[in-house]
Design a protein around this ligand. Structure first.
Ligand code: PLP
Length: 351
């Protein structure tokens, strides 16, 4: 999206009054421990980063209960998603992903010049049976986001496990868990147990969301060492910075911050859902830190209401690029930010 400063200038509002709920960022900022680690790491920046991210990979390995050679670092998990396409797809190959799947899948497949097999969604979420059935002999990679962005839909653990049983062993499944920290433990897929069973599975995660480090660009993959090695072979040298590695290491250790982030998200989601219900707006139950809400029945409804929100200094995300023109995606912010957004929405709908 456009920089906040530019929107502020355009509508003549002080930049500090703009509310941005457009990119599923953490409204609490970053953990104080991560902030301190960033300041300390700045003195190291004349030197190149540790290309292997030794300390962070060790910490992640301990956190996940996996050996360190199962971990690959990326500058954001987008980097991991792209590495998989670079490593596995050529022009004669195909990649399966879902309608309304995270947009980076489409872009990564396009960059690789491979064929897209886009499987129609079911109730806005992944139709896993149809996705398994869509795999062709040319298919090398499947992308699967759980929860998915922008829909917030979640596939249950049993369905993911059953899906993995159906995928041929020479097809890699990228299970994208960018929002996993927001899930109640009872709703989670035990993806780490699945990893041990399936050498063709990659689990990707990020520090951009619940950990609040989106601007530093750091995420990771976990996979069997042979598959981790395949990803590492196409990883750019020094792809994660010293500062990002240090911040992620500190963030991983700050469980209090993570808990607060999850609590604020839960409360904010309830605030939005109550407001949407009161306004009579259809919305999809979301398992992430964002929610899709329907602004009307025509394809321009999302853009129309979005323009009215921007005029009031509230930035959310139209999702016409996903084929979801009637909808807007709103990221959950602080209570005050959510209230501003809800007020603006009420005014926009009444106009
Ligand atoms: N996967 C999903 C489903 C996402 O929504 C996002 C970001 O919005 C990402 C991956 C990538 O995030 P990052 O590259 O910041 O880790």
């Amino acid at each position: 999206g456009r920089p906040i400063a530019e929107v502020a200038r355009e509508i003549g509002m002080d930049e500090s009054r703009i509310v941005k709920l457009a990119s599923n960022e953490n409204p609490l900022g970053m953990s104080p421990a991560a902030r301190r680690a960033v300041m300390d790491a700045l003195t190291e920046t004349p030197r190149y980063p540790d290309n292997d991210g030794y300390a962070l990979r060790q910490a992640l390995a301990a956190h996940l209960g996996l050996p360190a050679d199962w971990i690959v670092l990326g500058h954001g998990s987008s980097d991991i998603l792209e590495m998989a396409a670079r490593a596995l797809l050529s022009e004669s190959d195909s990649c399966v992903y879902s309608q309304y799947g995270f947009i980076v899948y489409q872009l990564a497949v396009q960059q690789a010049g491979a064929r897209h097999i886009v499987v129609p969604a079911r109730d806005y979420g992944h139709d896993l049976q149809a996705m398994a059935a869509a795999i062709e002999p040319s298919t090398r990679l499947v992308y699967l986001a759980n929860p998915n962005n922008p829909t917030g839909t979640l596939a249950c653990a049993a369905d993911i496990a059953a899906f993995m049983e159906q995928v041929p062993p020479d097809v890699v499944v990228m299970l994208d868990e960018a929002y996993v920290e927001y899930l109640d433990p009872g709703l989670r897929t035990d993806s780490l147990a699945l990893l041990r069973k399936h050498p063709n599975l990659v689990v990707s995660r990020t520090f951009s969301k619940a950990y609040g480090l989106a601007g530093l660009r750091i995420g990771y993959a976990a996979a069997h060492p042979a598959l981790a090695d395949v990803l590492n072979r196409v990883r750019s040298a020094f792809n994660t910075s010293t500062v990002a590695q240090a911040a992620a290491l500190a963030a991983l250790g700050d469980e209090d911050f993570l808990r607060r982030a999850v609590d604020v998200n839960r409360a904010g989601m309830a605030q939005f859902v109550a407001a949407f219900d009161a306004l009579g707006l259809r919305h999809l139950p979301s398992h992430g830190n964002f929610v899709l809400v329907r602004m009307g029945d025509d394809e321009q409804a999302g853009n129309r209401i979005n323009a009215a929100l921007v005029k009031q200094g509230v930035i959310v995300r139209p999702v016409g690029n996903y084929g979801l023109g009637p909808w807007l995606r709103i990221s959950v912010g602080t209570e005050a930010e959510n209230a501003r957004c809800i007020d603006a929405l009420r005014a926009a709908l009444a106009a």
